[in-house]
Design a protein around this ligand. Structure first.
Ligand code: SAJ
Length: 425
């Protein structure tokens, strides 16, 4: 087993550090945020993720996960820092990745391995990341000669991270074959899936972006099918279910838009050194346009949006998570407010006020509060709680009967049973 320094104890770094420590590696977690370090040092998690807090407590107790305020020397440096999206420039902001590279350069020794897991534009590992590590190294060590360097993109789905860290196939791209082999050795004790070696780090970086882009484009198709199906008076869900009967067709589900911090962002990273994005840009526009489309649907059903109260159920970016980054529900809330809706009331059983953020324009209310005298109800996250929601709780209190389920989360038959017609996107 090896010593591993995990740089960044966030959404990816903390679960990764915990799983590596659980497999027996001697792991040290490093994070620039002292609050995060204290929480993890205390054996807890600052991220809501099933079973993560228990695992962190266990590996802290066992002594296989330590927390450091300075970057230590280690056999492996694993970089899991965020790559924020610069909305204006539509580009990846590499400042955290490059700052991690610099601090690794200061401590990296001959024979160590450096692995970048953060999602980055193609060419980053072998280009600016490598240059930064080498430039910061006083002994002038060279990647691929003196120390190993590889990219291994993370691919875990929030909500099932621990299982996916262990079960998913992984891509590994090294600057040399030895670098790829070194990366494989780190993951082998942890990963039950296949570890696939790509020709170089750039292929691994590109492949990760292509995976999320594939999903985004597929959802854009589903959203377009939903709009067209409405013109034909048929259910998009029934159309897609029927189309997917074909063994080579797998259209995803339409919804209120695409949220989170991966699908709405990663496709743009492909444009870092290329001007050829076309379908990819269109897909982004279609998915971002779903808030406008839903507002149109509501305006049509209500006659006018002016002075209305609309209840939004679900501001997490998707079902069964508490994360509101890139929330389609909140995007719709903004859209409705800008179109004259007097009260946009939001509710979410999974999201806490603190997750919504202090500077949010909206505050969370109870189900009873948001639906009271609402002219319309819109479901914008498919939480399990909405599937079992009793229509009586909601319909007795609403002024109108417009219920738009953008996620197909409600049990439509149950609602029909009490005379409430649910319109699904
Ligand atoms: N969505 C739809 N329709 C669907 C599926 C999803 O509208 O049929 C929406 C969701 O509601 C959500 C958004 O898309 O708003 C993104 O959700 P997601 O579940 O597709 O993906 P993420 O962002 O939670 O995680 C993705 C995953 N990538 C792939 O499945 C290819 C995950 O494996 C990656 O690790 C993660 O991005 C990442 O970190 O890149």
């Amino acid at each position: 087993m090896m010593t591993v320094c995990v740089h960044g104890l966030g959404y990816i770094g903390l679960p990764t550090a915990a799983v590596l420590a659980d497999a027996g590696h001697e792991v040290v977690g490093y994070d620039v945020d002292s609050e995060v370090r204290e929480i993890v040092r205390g054996g807890d998690s600052h991220i809501e993720e099933p079973e993560l807090a228990d695992l962190v407590a266990e590996v802290r107790e066992r002594g296989t996960l330590e927390v450091a305020a300075e970057v230590p020397t280690a056999d492996y440096h694993l970089v899991c820092v965020p790559t924020p999206f610069d909305e204006e420039a539509r580009e990846a902001d590499l400042r955290y990745v490059l700052s991690a590279a610099e601090s690794i350069g200061e401590v990296v020794r001959s024979g160590d391995a450096v692995i970048l897991e953060s999602t980055v534009p193609p060419g980053t590992t072998a280009g600016p990341f490598r240059e930064e590590v080498e430039a910061a190294n006083k002994s002038e060590l060279v990647a691929g000669t003196d120390f190993e360097l590889a990219h291994c993109p993370e691919t875990v789905l929030p909500g099932s991270m621990l299982a996916e860290l262990r079960e998913n196939d992984r891509l590994v791209g090294g600057v040399t074959d030895d670098s790829a082999r070194a990366a494989r050795r780190l993951y082998e004790p942890v990963v039950d899936g296949d570890i696939v070696t790509t020709a170089n780090p750039t292929v691994a970086e590109f492949a990760k972006l292509a995976q999320n882009t594939f999903r985004d484009v597929n959802i854009a198709l589903a959203n377009e099918v939903a709009k067209v199906a409405d013109d034909y008076g048929v259910s998009s869900r029934e159309v897609i279910e029927a189309a997917n009967v074909h063994p080579r067709v797998d259209i995803l589900r339409p919804g209120p838009g695409v949220g989170g911090h991966c699908l709405p962002v990663d496709p743009w990273f492909l444009g870092h050194d290329s001007d050829r994005l076309d379908l990819v840009e269109r897909a982004r526009e279609i998915n971002d346009g779903m808030a406008g489309y839903l507002a149109d649907v509501l305006a049509r059903r209500l006659g006018s949006l002016d002075g209305r109260k609309i209840a939004l159920l679900g501001v997490a970016y998707k079902g069964n998570v508490d994360d509101t980054r890139g929330s389609p529900g909140l995007a719709l809330a903004e859209e409705l407010r800008s179109r004259g809706v007097s009260e946009v009331a939001v509710q979410d059983p999974r999201v806490s006020d603190s997750a919504l953020g202090n500077d949010s324009d909206f505050s969370l209310e109870s189900l009873v509060g948001v639906t009271h005298d609402a002219d319309a109800i819109v479901v914008t996250a498919d939480h399990d709680e909405y599937g079992t929601l009793s229509p009586g709780v909601v319909t007795d209190r609403t002024a109108g009967e417009v219920i738009v389920d953008a996620c197909d989360a409600l049990d439509r038959e149950r609602w029909r049973g009490v005379g409430a017609e649910v319109e699904t996107v």
